[in-house]
Design a binder for this molecule. Sequence first.
Ligand code: SF4
Length: 350
Amino acid sequence: MIYRKQNGYDAFKCIADKCPKSCCVGWQIMIDAESIERYKNADGDFCARLNGSINFEESCFKQNNTRCAMLNDSGLCDLHSTLGEDMLCYTCKMFPRHVEEFQDIREYSLSLSCPEFTRMILEPDYEFAFTESEDETLDDPEEFEDYDFLLFDKLEYARDKMLGLAASKTISLQDRMSLIAAMGLKLQRLYDEGLIFDMDDVNFDEEFDCAGTGAILSLDYCTKNMDVLLDMEVLEESWHDSIRSAQTFWNDNSSDFVTWKSAMYPDADTEFIFEKIFESLLFTYFCGAVYDGQIYARTMIAVQSTRWLMMLHAADKNTPLEQVIYLYSREVEHSDLNVNALIEFFECEL
Ligand code: SF4
């Protein structure tokens, strides 16, 4: 088995009650079958409190006013502090760690929806990278039906090229993202035509025809298409207010080229932050195209999310960038429905 781990994966430590947006608030926490069994059989004084906090029919923790029933008034998890980390369910033990499974490869990343990880990624000395290791003694690879090894090989190769360009500082990040989006579109067209072997030859081509797609940076496209974010399921209604107010800001400034340029072509330090966000998203989403063939849409999730984050940040200087990032990720990334809505949205451009 090959393991790839994003920088910071092993070093990450939850800040628990210091967290400004705990993952135990807002989300329904599903419990895996093995943990349900352990909770049912737990004994001691704590057992009644634990079992009273679980909805066994739906295999999830109950909530008190959107807070996990295990979370106490001090913002600490009673299950964690009473029974220890080993008794946490898979979801709680893992978060904000995320695993993508590709036959005999596991890719581990960290979710931007966690404020502590967002803080880490904003540190100037944090660089996006991943390590690779191999261990034949661990985990038997799960067999994925109809797994397309050839396609995965082409996607991995393309993603390496994309990440290489994303990290190069020869041109602005915005121009790097446009070239990568065009590359995603070109790969998609080859895939759709069944020309998978030709995918290795795709490079960054400024001349490639991307008319009518979001690969081309445009204020009008980016503002209007924030509507897709308004159509998604929402955790907090205030998120929709933030999107609407960003749209208003950009509609009011639609002819202010200076404001647009400073948002989309930020200073070097801010650009580096967005570069790391973009690389993390590309790493997490791109190779999932082996399962759905959505090469362009998955490239655009990384490109357009980064562009929207730049716009949201410029439209609301009172909210720290860190907060803008984790709120976006909480709302958009942590719902399969929302991620699928984005995929469908970009697929419609083809
Ligand atoms: S969001 Fe991150 S830092 Fe906050 S409680 Fe969850 S894991 Fe800990």
